[in-house]
Design a protein around this ligand. Structure first.
Ligand code: SF4
Length: 277
């Protein structure tokens, strides 16, 4: 058995930055609230919870914000959240990834120019919800080609992407939108870390007999890595922890990649288990 790791995998710069900023808040001796998941990885979230961070799904859950800190996740939030947090007396510590910020700024600019924004992304994903807010709350999320027929707008169309989309899917959907709206303006807001991880994963998948993709089920970029590796025809399994690894899968050359929110310690656990076989 040989084990190969993708050239780019695991924590991206945006997640590493969010993790570091959030960790720094732990030592301040003040209540820290996390709005939604800081990053989409259960092991990371559990680590913060065990350090005393209070998880909230909405700001309404915060009864007493006295001297509290609100962590905004790497996926970002809608603009109204900042005002709500301020009104509650919370200090906002914003870990929004700079790539997501860039997409938010483009969404806002397009809305300010009177355009209707189409967001190519996963309906219900935290980042997409935030982008929707920055696009003035009048945008539409396009998850698949089927959603395009429901798009009715006499305004000029601007298209952006959830940062963790695959380039292939974005290009395919843009082509379909362009058939309906030839003058639509396209802004490819897919982040560099996502593209690098996807390219490295596909290159490796083509060379091995089994691909293991390590990452949380709630992580959009991990899901995308799994889909891309499966599309190469190589047997591919996504696992969140070593407990999900079925030893019956193991054979010959094994490739490993991990989502952008998967911490090093989880990747090492899997690799150590493989070496022990
Ligand atoms: S995957 Fe990209 S957009 Fe998301 S946190 Fe990482 S660098 Fe930022």
């Amino acid at each position: 058995m040989q084990i190969f790791t993708a050239e780019h995998s695991g924590f991206c710069e945006g997640v590493a930055r969010a993790y570091q900023i959030a960790t720094e808040q732990m030592s301040k001796g003040r209540p820290v609230f996390m709005l939604g998941n800081l990053v989409h990885n259960t092991q990371v979230i559990d680590k913060f919870k065990s350090s005393g961070v209070k998880m909230v799904k909405t700001l309404e859950e915060i009864i007493s914000a006295d001297n509290g800190i609100l962590l905004i996740s790497a996926h970002g939030v809608s603009p109204e959240i900042y005002d709500k947090a301020k009104n509650l007396g919370l200090e906002v510590v914003d870990t929004t990834c700079p790539w997501v910020k860039k997409a938010q700024n483009i969404a806002k600019q397009l809305f300010d120019q009177g355009m209707f924004v189409l967001i190519v992304g996963d309906i219900g994903h935290a980042e997409v919800k935030g982008l929707f807010g920055w696009a003035g709350g009048h945008a539409q999320v396009i998850e698949s080609g089927d959603d395009i027929k429901d798009c009715i707008s006499d305004k000029k169309i601007g298209i952006i992407a959830q940062t963790t989309q695959s380039q292939e899917n974005f290009a395919r959907i843009v082509k379909m939108i362009k058939k309906k709206y030839p003058s639509a303006e396209v802004y490819n807001t897919i982040c560099g870390a996502t593209s690098k991880r996807q390219k490295a994963a596909v290159e490796l998948a083509k060379k091995v007999e089994l691909m293991l993709v390590i990452g949380d089920k709630m992580s959009a970029n991990t899901k995308r890595l799994t889909e891309l590796c499966q599309a190469t025809g190589t047997e591919t399994h996504q696992i969140q922890t070593i407990g999900e690894l079925d030893k019956k899968w193991l054979k010959g050359k094994i490739g490993i990649t991990a989502g952008a929110s998967t911490p090093d310690w989880v990747i090492k656990e899997v690799i150590n288990l493989l070496w022990a076989q």
